[in-house]
Design a protein around this ligand. Structure first.
Ligand code: ZN
Length: 297
């Protein structure tokens, strides 16, 4: 269940101190068979802000919940009006050095698989085409009635046609493609139904309060089981949907290495905590391993 962050979580064990050194990280990854779990912090260098990182927006912005989306036509209107503008920023975003480094590590045989909490498609754009999108992708839309999925680009064309001249002034974009919009602008926005059955369209992403599909969760557990270590990249692990894989790895005695700006909810499980910007740190890691020169594992 992807639940809202709780502030009551406390750690029984004091986490290890954070470091800026890559020595231990390099040692763990050099042994190979690492699973990666990535979060919003990996995409901030692509211009997509983090909810909870240093410039986190969660305090100002309440993400759409599943209950509100399915039960309220007004909620859906607000979501689609904001997302109609926000998605263009996400669709235009390019992968950064961090995404490219993950692909180099995957191609080099160091990384067995990638689980991402991000819905921006940037791992795929960087060449890690088999990244498991834990929370889905903004690239797709699903009908809640007939379950047909369709490309977001197709919906974008229909929304543009239904809302000629809609250019609402977006003030801030959030990682789920949502932006802030004045209420009167939202009220003028026209949503469109499923082309097949006239049903309700939803982005194919897991909203807060919604379960990640079980087969996808099982696939991620298998990925962690097949790995010898778990590398967390740019996630504060605030939601249980990601934290559970950290707990799972730690319980199995596998080293958990966290590279993130600032503290995370998984710190107590970490064997190593690196506090460095992701892009430069991962580029250096790739260089140290020689994975930028190609390696066959
Ligand atoms: Zn439908």
């Amino acid at each position: 269940m992807r639940t809202r962050p709780t502030l009551s979580w406390t750690s029984a064990d004091a986490p290890l101190p954070r470091t800026s050194s890559l020595d231990e990280l390099t040692g763990v990854v050099a042994r190979g068979r690492v699973a990666v779990l990535s979060g919003a912090g990996l995409s901030t260098e692509s211009g997509i802000p983090d909810y909870r990182g240093e410039s986190g927006s969660l305090r100002r912005h309440t993400p759409m919940t599943y209950d509100e989306f399915v039960s309220s036509a007004e909620g859906r209107q607000r979501y689609w009006a904001r997302s109609h503008l926000g998605w263009r920023t996400i669709a235009r975003a390019d992968p950064n050095d961090g995404h490219r480094a993950v692909t180099a590590l995957r191609d080099g045989g160091y990384v067995r698989g990638v689980i991402t909490q991000n819905v921006d498609g940037l791992h795929q754009a960087a060449g890690t085409t088999d990244a498991v999108e834990l929370h889905g992708s903004l690239d797709r839309v699903v009908c809640l009635d007939c379950r047909r999925t369709s490309p977001r680009a197709e919906l974008d064309r229909r929304l543009r046609a239904a809302n000629p001249g809609f250019t609402g002034a977006a003030t801030r974009i959030n990682p789920d493609g949502d932006v802030e919009l004045p209420a009167d602008v939202v009220r003028g926005f026209r949503t469109v139904p499923c082309e097949t059955c006239e049903g309700v369209l939803k982005p194919d992403v897991v909203f807060f309060g919604e379960n990640v599909p079980r087969p996808r969760v099982e696939q991620c557990y298998r990925l962690v089981d097949d790995a010898e270590a778990l590398l967390v990249l740019g996630s504060s692990l605030t939601v249980m949907s990601g934290l559970r894989f950290v707990r799972h790895a730690a319980k199995a005695g596998k080293p958990v290495v966290i590279v993130n700006r600032g503290e995370t909810r998984g710190d107590r499980y970490a064997a190593v905590r690196v506090d460095r910007p992701l892009g430069p740190a991962l580029t250096e890691l790739v260089s140290r391993l020689g994975a930028d020169r190609g390696r066959t594992a």
